[in-house]
Every structure is written in C-alpha cells, then in structure tokens.
Write a protein that binds this ligand. Structure first.
Ligand SMILES: [Zn+2]
Length: 283
C-alpha cells in the first residue's frame, strides 16, 4: 500500500517481517475458542504477527516509529518464532518500501521491548552503533529505567545494546510523559502494557494518525477487554485503550497496530457488543 495522506503528512507502514508467537500470550484471559476465530493458530498454538514500524513524512521531517526486532537474537529464538535466519536490515526494508532511509531524522520508540527497539542499532562485531546515524532518537525515560531494573518478569524483553549506546552518546533523548518530537507529532503516555509506554499521534489539518503500538497489538485488540497476557497492568490497559479508542472514533482517526500481520491502517468504530472494533482501510 502506498503512503496514506493525513492532512499534509504521509504515513507508510514498514513491516520488517512476519513472526509467530503463542496465541494465548497475545490474548490473556480470552478463551481460545473466541480468539482463534479471528487469529487461527498453528499446531504449536502460534499465530502470525508482524513487526510493524511506521514512517511519517511531514514535509520537514521523516519520522520512524519503532524499529522492529533488529539483529541481536540468537538462532534458537528466531526458530522458535519462525523468523528468517537473518533479518533484513531495517534501512533496507525502508528502501524496499520506496522510502529513503537516509532521510530519517527522528526515530521514536513507543517503548524499549526488543521487538520495538531492536533495529535502533546494528552490531559491528560486538559494538552496537546507530542504524540511523543522522537521527535523533526518543524513548520514554520510564522504559529505560524499567529495562535497567532487570526485573525477573520482563528483563528478557529488554536488550541494552538497543538503546544504551544511544543514551551514552547523547543521540537518544529520554522523555517524561507527553512529548512533541516534531510539530504535530506527539508521544502520548499510554500505560498498561508497561508503566511508561507511549502511543504516537500525528495530526495535520484536522486529520490524525495514531500508532497504537502494544496498546492494541492486533486489530482484534480493539475490543478493550482483549488484553495480552504480556501486559503488566491489564486493568490500566483497558482504561487507557477505552480512552484512546473513544478519541479515535470521535476524531475518525487512522490507526496503526504494533503487530497486526495484515491490517496496515484501520479506523475504529463503536460496536454495540464489543464497545469498539477496527476495520482495515482498503488499499
Ligand atoms: Zn511490548
């Protein structure tokens, strides 16, 4: 799908690859008899997911939202997720979508989990260097703090080589709460999946695109009570999601999901049974 216009902005999806993950992990307390109708599982109970990044071209800036898995996973982890043995470097994936990776001057991480920040850096030997040398990087400070707690529950999700070299060099700015990274493009605090996660809302001429990241990893998560078992604060996920999706309906926003393997862009509408539902934008 070519870039989608949002006012003066143009938004493109970069899906660096498809991977497969346990469906139960994605749907938490929702019974499989319900979620498997929307996301059929394979013989190992895995469902297909995408590593979704978005590029916003504002005219003045080219902004990359999330950077996918990167190159720091071992062969076993890749095999478990049915990922290609070697990931296509994100700058190449961006070029394959007809965009110039060199033009990226801002990189935003909604949060610092490996599958959202892995492409921030690339390994040269055992040294991690910026994959987008020209860019200023932004991430929530609370994410960086959580990563360094090395909590037993989620330390596996954080790989320091994805952000510490950038923080040390001053190339990454850690932000507190809401933060405008470029005119009209805001990181907005959206707690639930983690304490400090943000969504990114880009508004131009009365139109809005919102990257929901892991607030709604799949279109099926538009139903507020469908919360991943991964979420550290599920009740907050429900409250945050209800608030953001109500705004999305009200403003007729175009939304993007963190991991949907098919829905590149979607609108949210009210639904009498599930409260909200998503419908994909036609190509
Ligand atoms: Zn995450």
């Amino acid at each position: 799908m070519p870039g989608v216009p949002v006012g003066d902005f143009e938004i493109s999806l970069i899906r660096s690859s498809i991977y497969w993950w346990d469906g139960g992990v994605l749907f938490g307390v929702v019974p499989k008899t319900l979620w498997s109708r929307k996301c059929p599982a394979d013989e190992l109970n895995r469902i297909p997911l995408g590593f979704n990044s978005y590029v916003i071209r504002t005219g003045d800036h080219t902004i990359l939202l999330d950077t996918g898995p990167g190159d720091k996973m071992d062969a076993r982890a890749r095999e478990r997720a049915k990922m290609p043995a070697v990931s296509e470097p994100l700058p190449e994936a961006i070029a394959r979508h007809g965009l110039d990776p060199e033009a990226i001057d801002i990189v935003v991480n909604s949060h610092l989990h490996w599958d959202h920040a892995g492409g921030n850096t690339v390994l040269h030997g055992d040294r991690a260097v910026a994959a987008f040398p020209r860019a200023r990087y932004f991430a929530p400070r609370g994410e960086w703090e959580r990563a360094h707690e090395r909590h037993v529950r989620d330390s596996v999700a954080y790989i320091h080589a994805n952000y510490d070299p950038l923080v040390e060099s001053g190339q990454m700015t850690l932000v507190d709460g809401d933060h405008e990274v470029a005119p009209g493009v805001w990181m907005r605090h959206a707690p639930g999946h983690t304490r400090a996660m943000t969504v990114v809302a880009a508004a131009s001429r009365g139109q809005t695109f919102c990257f929901l990241s892991d607030l709604a990893p799949l279109a099926a998560h538009a139903q507020p009570t469908w919360v991943a078992a991964l979420d550290l604060y599920p009740l907050e996920s429900i409250a945050t999601k209800t608030r953001w999706l109500a705004a999305a309906v009200e403003g007729n926003w175009i939304c993007g999901f963190g991991h949907d393997p098919q829905a590149d862009f979607a609108r949210i509408h009210a639904d009498p049974k599930t409260r909200f539902a998503a419908s994909g934008l036609e190509a």
